[in-house]
Write a protein that binds this ligand. Sequence first.
Ligand SMILES: [Cu+2]
Length: 297
Amino acid sequence: MSLQLPKRFRRAAYGVALGSSLLLLGACSAEDKAQADRWAMPANSPGTEQAVYIADLWKWSWVAALATGIVVWALIFYASWRYRRRSESDVPVQTRYNLPLEIFYTIAPIMMVIVFFYWTVVTQDTVLEEVDDPDHTIEVVGQQWSWTFNYSSDRDVTGGQVPYTSGTGSNIPTLVLPVDQIVEFKLSSPDVIHSFWIPGFLMKMDIIPGQVGEERNSFQVTPTEEGTFKGKCTELCGVSHSRMLFNVEVVSLAEYESYLQDLEAQGFVADEPLLGGEDARTQAGLDAALANEGGAE
Ligand SMILES: [Cu+2]
């Protein structure tokens, strides 16, 4: 028995078969496999207790989207096969209105949006929960175009002064965090809106100039894995935005404290946290401009 399919249908079927085999063939490297395992989230994620909730939201959103996709694809293929044109002479039934169906496909997407929205809000509330007394508070300054990290709550480790580290466009700073400790970030900007993002923590938050003290945007993380992460500014903030990078090292508490003592030994301590403006160096152009003004370090 030979299958008599309309020419157009056969061509479409070949197209689908070719396309999906190309997709499958293209996706078999080890890196692609690892990426698929974490549902395309960044390497090293989720690196904190809070990020686990975000990874779960992402994963189940994919499951819901794929389940919806399977139903939709099945209906499309079924309808195009079942109601195909069978001969040159007869035209398939042309249905113009079907009220129940139209009500269904208006309500179904609204229901889906409500479900996604509900779980997004639940996850957001969980991730933004803050305890009153975090183990460490780090005052983060995003300035055009680098970062200053003030380890404000750890003055006791360094004889009463605030250890800090400050980067430049050509010297990427490192943020060191203790593993399994609750760390609060308080975000300040002396100039424009920046956004503090550690992709491996699946979390970013805007830094709004003008917010001071307790008004500042803040969030807490509990890193769960020692290791290295990348950080960046994710708000287009000016000409050198792309240079606003930093590294993150998650280490043991003992290593964290000895790092702070190293900062002290190198003179990177201040009486008060450096919150930008005149204190955090503005990086325009970058070191060259400072040198022109005779202000280079
Ligand atoms: Cu920025």
